[in-house]
Design a protein around this ligand. Structure first.
Ligand code: 13P
Ligand code: SF4
Length: 331
């Protein structure tokens, strides 16, 4: 049965026998189908616990590139599963909820970006991995938050560069690397919601706490951060660093893994600028353990894509993976 038909029958809300132990069932399905579950740190705790690998965007792309499993189940958002498919045209790549998108990726439509790029013919295009295959196909090299600085610095200083789609990450790299890249005006809806005022108040209440922040945050937050890095880098820092309390300015899903990796420490989620739970990514949180089980059972929804687009989008991703290998970078 096609996904559309299943969806019409209420596939995503299908009743699951409540007596089933989903951890056991998913573990069985992984073995039976030779499937690997790759999860991002922003996934709900149950999904992180059942995953074969949890990582940041670079680590996930690297795992997807080397896995020998026949089926890749991507517990993350669409651009991540799409990247796995680009790297594995012969494999089945599943995403528990096909609607799990990304506001940052959506902020950069390929047709508009192409017109922008055409106005700057001498610029190289570096795109953050949080973008669609259409944008990747228009890019010279892809980067993630863990390798963006090194990738930019691997290019000569005089090289003109367009950086898309995240203006916050691009601005941060411009300041760190003393560059003047042209920035696409995109941002992540989760990371731009943190309130500088509330973080400052939290810091006053917990003067011993260190602020650790993802580079997708706005400049004002990054300027007062004690450490800035990708999700994996934030985790590694908190594990090794000698402070006992941290304010964490990134999506709250990371708290599960960070608390496991540094059990004796206290982690406080940085507050958003209103009373909402906007530091939860609504896209990432569309995936649930139930949907993960159903998607593995029915092998749907599957990521499919046009072969020409896949090949074009693969070139800048492979460049990033090659460069990361040369630089000894792992996510
Ligand atoms: P990293 O996992 O690369 O830090 O990216 C964070 C993010 O926003 C993914 O959507
Ligand atoms: Fe996109 Fe932001 Fe959600 Fe990451 S956290 S998937 S960048 S909206």
């Amino acid at each position: 049965m096609k996904y559309k038909e299943l969806e019409q029958k209420g596939f995503l809300d299908m009743d699951i026998d409540p007596s089933l132990d989903l951890f056991e069932e998913i573990t069985k399905l992984k073995k039976e189908k030779n499937a690997v579950v790759l999860a991002h740190y922003y996934q709900e705790p149950d999904i992180q616990d059942i995953a074969d690998y949890i990582g940041d965007s670079l680590g996930l792309a690297q795992q997807a590139a080397k896995t020998e499993a026949e089926i890749i189940v991507f517990a993350g958002v669409h651009f991540m599963a799409e990247t796995a498919k680009i790297l594995n045209p012969g494999k089945k790549v599943l995403l528990p909820d096909l609607k799990a998108g990304c506001s940052l990726s959506d902020s950069c439509p390929p047709a508009l970006f192409k017109a922008f790029k055409d106005r700057h013919p001498n610029h190289l295009v570096i795109s953050y991995i949080n973008c669609s295959a259409g944008i990747k196909a228009l890019s010279d090299i892809i980067c993630t938050s863990s390798n963006a600085q090194l990738i930019v610095e691997s290019l000569p200083k005089g090289q003109e560069i367009i950086f898309a789609p995240d203006k916050n990450l691009g601005g941060y790299i411009n300041r760190k690397s003393d560059r003047n890249m042209l920035l696409w005006n995109g941002a992540c809806m989760v990371h731009e919601i943190f309130s500088l005022e509330k973080i400052t108040k939290l810091k006053q209440r917990h003067p011993e706490a260190k602020l650790i922040a993802h580079p997708e945050c706005e400049e004002a937050v990054l300027r007062i951060a004690d450490f800035i890095g990708s999700t994996t880098q934030l985790l590694k820092f908190a594990e090794k660093d000698d402070a006992l309390v941290y304010i964490v300015a990134t999506e709250t899903g990371i708290l599960h893994s960070i608390q496991q990796r540094a059990p004796g420490k206290t982690f406080i989620a940085a507050p958003p600028d209103n009373a909402c739970a906007c530091n939860n990514c609504p896209h990432m949180k569309l995936n649930t353990l139930e949907k993960l089980y159903l998607c593995m059972k029915y092998e749907l929804p599957e990521i499919t894509m046009d072969e020409k687009l896949r090949q074009a989008a693969g070139i800048p991703i492979e460049r990033m993976l090659d460069l990361s290998r040369q630089l000894g970078l792992a996510g």
